[in-house]
Design a protein around this ligand. Structure first.
Ligand code: HEC
Length: 110
């Protein structure tokens, strides 16, 4: 009888964690990072805004960039070290940059 109650308790805790964890801010997924930090400029479809000289992230040129190039562009502002594009200083963690790079790669395959 006692064991049954304990098992039920453990299952309830497991279920609670399962429901709560994805909603914690550190568990943000790549799509959320992209939507909140990048989409305003590069567009929800990653197509960029040619009129505003914002490059597409799914163009043939963007496909040729290496993962290191993408990571550098996002983290440090690329070759020119553009401060306004150095997201390492704007609350985007290295892990999130990595996730966003994969997100861009996935979008490039479509
Ligand atoms: C304020 C507008 C803006 C935001 C926000 C922004 N970008 Fe950019 N991004 C640009 C512009 C403009 C360039 C062109 C290079 C330059 O002049 O900085 C660029 C360049 C890039 C490049 C290099 C592309 C190439 O062809 O060389 C990548 C990759 C990139 N951005 C990814 C991102 C990601 C990922 C985010 C979100 C973390 C982001 N950008 C947020 C405006 C923005």
């Amino acid at each position: 009888m006692k064991t049954t109650k304990l098992v039920i308790l453990i299952m309830m805790i497991a279920l609670a964690l399962f429901l709560i964890l994805p909603n914690l801010s550190w568990a943000q997924d790549a799509a959320t990072v992209y939507k909140t930090k990048c989409a305003a400029c590069h567009g929800a479809d990653l197509g960029g805004k040619p009129a505003a000289k914002i490059p597409s992230l799914v163009s043939d040129d963007a496909k040729k960039l290496s993962d290191a190039d993408l990571t550098d562009a996002i983290t440090n502002g690329g070759k020119d070290k553009k401060a306004s594009h150095a997201f390492a200083n704007k609350g985007v963690t290295p892990d999130q940059v990595k996730m966003v790079v994969s997100y861009i790669r996935e979008a490039q395959k479509k």
